[in-house]
Ligand binder design. Structure first.
Ligand code: SAM
Ligand code: SF4
Ligand code: SF4
Length: 334
């Protein structure tokens, strides 16, 4: 079995299908950087759906069982259900999921489900419209995302995961409201510690609300008890409401990193392979595809990258590493 230098197998692949987005979240694509002048990738630079499917077949041959489509905002890419349909037919894939900001979901949930999507994660950081608009910076209302979540539930994409990034002084005062709203709905709310991805979001440690504090704040109003992980190495720590109102999760990438169990590779929209969210450089799979490399040659290339992998950025995070050049989340795929 293929393993990296720390004996971690390759199990999941996150695929960014576009570097574009209809939001400008201040912690991810701030307008000062991603403004009118910003050069997004040209159409021809993106991997085609056929190229993505070919790579996924090769990755499954190396041990990948789980794919997550992301971006940028995946729902802004044309004909996404066509890709979902092709991927859901790939043998060896056990799980096909999608992460979206939800803005375009009510229009697309049906087609995505019909194409074979079974799991969806919707990002929603607050229920307060003012706060939400300050974060997304394009005036998108909360209701549009809630409508998307309802549409996904109606077509049967359940249980839906809701991801909320918590940034101190921005939306932490609304986190308990978020918990209360999804309590009893069957959707699984997951709180994510704000991370130092990329170079543009001005991250500082004091912006992070540690998972422990998030749990304490919710527990004070809606009592919680810990749950066992669904499987070893699960990224989110699970908790359930004592009153039977369902479960929530916390992803403590900063306060309790989980690199030792990280089996995740990432493919950028232009076909660069990254072995860590905080990587400084990728490996050009698109070049190999377009030069006419065989499946076997590409598989050998991926295997050699994975064998040499020693990433554990979050465990080693230091003042010096914070200053490193890192690729942006919207490019590498969150
Ligand atoms: N546009 C889609 C969305 O927002 O769901 C998919 C891509 S987005 C980069 C994936 C996830 O990364 C979102 O849940 C987003 O909140 C999260 N994210 C972005 N920047 C982050 C940061 N600096 N720290 C923690 N999470 C972040
Ligand atoms: Fe877009 Fe998602 Fe980044 Fe927000 S977090 S700017 S929705 S890619
Ligand atoms: Fe995986 Fe890199 Fe995140 Fe560690 S820092 S969990 S190696 S992506």
């Amino acid at each position: 079995m293929l393993r990296d230098t720390l004996a971690r197998p390759i199990r999941d692949l996150r695929i960014s299908v576009t570097d574009r987005c209809n939001f400008r979240c201040t912690y991810c694509m701030p307008k000062e950087v991603f403004g009118r002048e910003y050069q997004f990738l040209e159409r021809a630079e993106l991997l085609s759906y056929e190229e993505i499917v070919r790579l996924v077949r090769i990755f499954t041959g190396l041990g990948v069982e789980k794919i997550r489509l992301t971006g940028g905002e995946p729902l802004v890419r044309q004909e996404l259900p066509r890709l979902v349909e092709a991927l859901s037919a790939v043998p060896g894939l056990r799980d096909l999921a999608l992460t979206t900001n939800g803005r375009l979901l009510s229009a697309q949930a049906d087609a995505l489900c019909a194409a074979g999507l079974r799991r969806i994660t919707v990002s929603l950081d607050t229920l307060d419209d003012e706060v939400f608009k300050t974060i997304n910076d394009v005036d998108a209302p909360v209701q549009a995302v809630l409508d998307g979540i309802d549409a996904a539930a109606n077509v049967g994409l359940e249980p839906i995961k809701i991801n909320a990034v918590i940034k101190r002084g921005v939306n932490d005062h609304t986190l308990v409201d978020l918990a209360r709203h999804f309590h009893g709905t069957g959707h699984i709310l997951r709180f994510i510690e704000y991370m130092d991805v990329g170079k543009t979001n001005g991250w500082r440690l004091e912006h992070v609300v540690p998972a422990r504090e998030i749990i304490e704040r919710i527990n004070a109003e809606l009592p919680l008890e810990p749950l066992e992980p669904n499987y070893p190495g699960e990224v989110a720590r699970r908790w359930r409401y004592v009153d039977g109102g369902g479960e929530i999760g916390v992803i403590s990438s900063i306060s309790a990193p989980f690199c030792g169990a990280c089996t995740r590779a990432r493919l950028s929209a232009e076909g660069q392979l990254y072995t860590c969210l905080f990587a400084t450089r990728g490996h050009d799979l698109r070049g190999a595809l377009r030069r006419g490399a065989t499946d076997e040659e590409i598989s050998t290339m991926i295997a050699s990258v994975w064998r040499g992998r020693d990433d554990r950025y979050s465990e080693l995070r230091t003042a010096e590493s914070l200053e490193r050049e890192k690729v942006e989340m919207s490019y590498i795929g969150g």
